[in-house]
Design a protein around this ligand. Structure first.
Ligand SMILES: C[S@@+](CC[C@H](N)C(=O)[O-])C[C@H]1O[C@@H](n2cnc3c(N)ncnc32)[C@H](O)[C@@H]1O
Length: 528
């Protein structure tokens, strides 16, 4: 497969692994219109900080769990006068490039810099994406060809869906080439090729529920297949309406879809609908929730819809309605992001946008939830200080309502990036606080969050998971030991014990006999 090379690539290719893991510090919650000190626990999060570090901090809790990622990174147009810098020249990014790429960074072209910036961030996004998830990336001609090549490398060329064309402005805008550039692209990948998509409203237009079937909306489908009686003798038989006793035969050139035993099951499940008229034929109930596999290929339907879904001006109008002014340059229209998210994310799914800008993605999620009563959750990351006064203020307005737009309701929590979990010498950073360290260790072991439940065990007990009890024997200024005295303080019975401490005095044989695994602090704590 051809790969793209640029100056600085070798410095960033594995950089995502060196990014320090920082904890997230909760600043405040916003719960249905009221600001609170407590976490709302809604699962909706806005994180202020560089997304490289913020994405890393999400890994313990969200690795492989994000269903839909939408990002709209700076396009690298060279424009430095917008609210954000579109020339990879933001002082924070410049500093980061200097640290990671080194002196060489001073000579990088705009495109080298952009690729250095994007590559490790995309690597982390790939880790966060669920096996049945998809990523959508807005981009224009400045970097689309470069982006496609690095995404092929990171997400796999086989998993490429398409570069949907989205029309961003109604009037044409002439490029130097005198060709109108009224459009841009949404480069998209599945985590795994063959992922099912949910379809658009149009796919469901023939579905309804006249008999209040608990299985939801349905439509009538054929109950026969195009095979002859000779090819499928077992599927050529008399089908009897149990209510009227009427007898139906499939024509010899089209036999019933099912053999008699399966047809009996379908009848018992109330899936066969007999005709009310003389010349009608028995049909099959097909439920909308089973539709997924029948939907047109993604490239056809999003391509058609995305082009005309809504213009940039739609996004600008909302910002003006909320803030009374154009406080953000080129926010995306909600309709575009809703279209993309709705193909992948259902109830309880997580939607991530790590270049949040004015927060359009959150509003799209809130709108979709309001429309179908679901609870998709959003995680937004924004590096600039307007994370609090533009991004968050817009989401508050969407929740509460603004102008003539009714509020969606909803809650979220605002976080800042906090201290690194590990110091440069590899030791635990005590400034993080013991609770965050315990949560981290438990998560690395079990991939589940540490519950704040009361227990009768010693204070080092973390929890029990899959019949394994976990202990984190750690004291700030003391060396801790796993010995018989420590074992005597343990109260939880389990099939296996994982015990962290600074040192261990138990023999190998004793530990094997009693199913004890010793893990040395900090050496054996998993790093993300
Ligand atoms: C094109 S805008 C996104 C606009 C957004 N889709 C909307 O509709 O409002 C890109 C945003 O990404 C932010 N950004 C750029 N680099 C970032 C980084 N390393 N970490 C977090 N945010 C970043 C910029 O500050 C800017 O707000």
């Amino acid at each position: 497969m051809p790969t793209l090379h640029w100056i600085g690539k070798e410095k960033v290719i594995n950089h995502h692994m060196d990014v320090p893991f920082k904890v997230l510090e909760h600043s405040y919650g916003f719960d249905n219109g009221t600001q609170t000190d407590q976490e709302t626990k809604s699962g909706n999060r806005i994180i202020h900080g560089d997304n490289l570090e913020a994405l890393k901090s999400l890994l313990p809790e969200y690795e492989g769990k994000v269903k839909c990622i939408y990002i709209d990174p700076p396009y690298n147009t060279g424009n430095e006068s917008w609210v954000y810098n579109d020339n990879v020249n933001d002082p924070k990014i410049k500093k980061w490039l200097g640290q990671v790429v080194g002196k060489e960074a001073e000579d990088l072209t705009r495109h080298d810099k952009w690729l250095c910036m994007m590559y490790p961030r995309l690597k982390l996004l790939h880790k966060l994406l669920a096996e049945d998830g998809a990523i959508f990336i807005s981009i224009d001609d400045n970097e689309q060809a470069n982006l496609k090549l690095i995404c092929d490398e990171i997400f796999g060329a086989n998993n490429y869906i398409s570069a949907f064309v989205w029309r961003r402005r109604a009037s044409s805008q002439m490029a130097q080439s005198k060709v109108s550039i009224d459009h841009e692209y949404v480069i998209s990948y599945f985590k795994k090729v063959g992922t099912k998509v949910l379809g658009t409203k149009k796919d469901y237009k023939n579905y309804s529920n006249p008999d209040d079937d608990l299985r939801g909306d349905w439509t009538l489908g054929d109950l026969t297949v195009g095979m002859t009686k000779d090819q499928r003798p077992n599927q050529f038989y008399e089908l009897i309406d149990p209510e009227t006793g009427s007898v139906y035969m499939a024509s010899p050139k089209r036999v019933w879809t099912f053999a008699p035993e399966t047809m009996k099951e379908k009848l018992a499940e109330n899936r066969v609908v007999f005709p009310k008229t003389k010349n009608g034929k028995p049909m099959m109930k097909r439920f909308s929730k089973e539709l997924k596999s029948d939907i047109d290929p993604i490239s056809t339907w999003i391509t058609k819809e995305a082009y005309s879904v809504g213009l940039n001006s739609e996004g600008t109008k909302i910002i003006q309605e909320i803030f009374g002014d154009k406080v953000f340059d080129y926010p995306k229209p909600i309709s575009l992001i809703q279209l993309l998210i709705s193909q992948i994310a259902k109830d309880n799914d997580i939607v991530l946008d790590s270049f949040a800008g004015s927060g359009t993605t959150a509003q799209a999620v809130l709108n979709l939830n309001k429309q179908d009563g679901s609870n998709r959750r959003f995680i937004l990351i924004e590096m600039e200080n307007y994370a609090d006064d533009i991004t968050t203020e817009r989401i508050k307005a969407a929740i509460k309502g603004y102008g003539t737009t009714k509020g969606t309701g909803g809650s979220f929590d605002f976080f800042e990036l906090g201290q690194p979990m590990f110091l440069e010498d590899g030791n635990l950073n005590e400034l993080v606080g013991i609770e965050k360290i315990r949560q981290y260790v438990y998560y690395t072991e079990t991939k589940t969050p540490l519950a704040e439940t009361k227990h009768k065990d010693n204070k080092h007990f973390l929890g029990k998971h899959n019949d394994t009890a976990y202990y984190f024997n750690y004291e700030q200024d003391e060396v801790t030991t796993l010995d018989h005295a420590f074992l005597a303080t343990m109260k939880t019975k389990a099939e296996q014990y994982v015990i962290y401490a600074d040192s261990c005095l138990l023999t190998k044989d004793f530990m094997t006999k009693h199913h004890i695994i010793f893990k040395k602090i900090p050496r054996d704590i998993t790093r993300f």
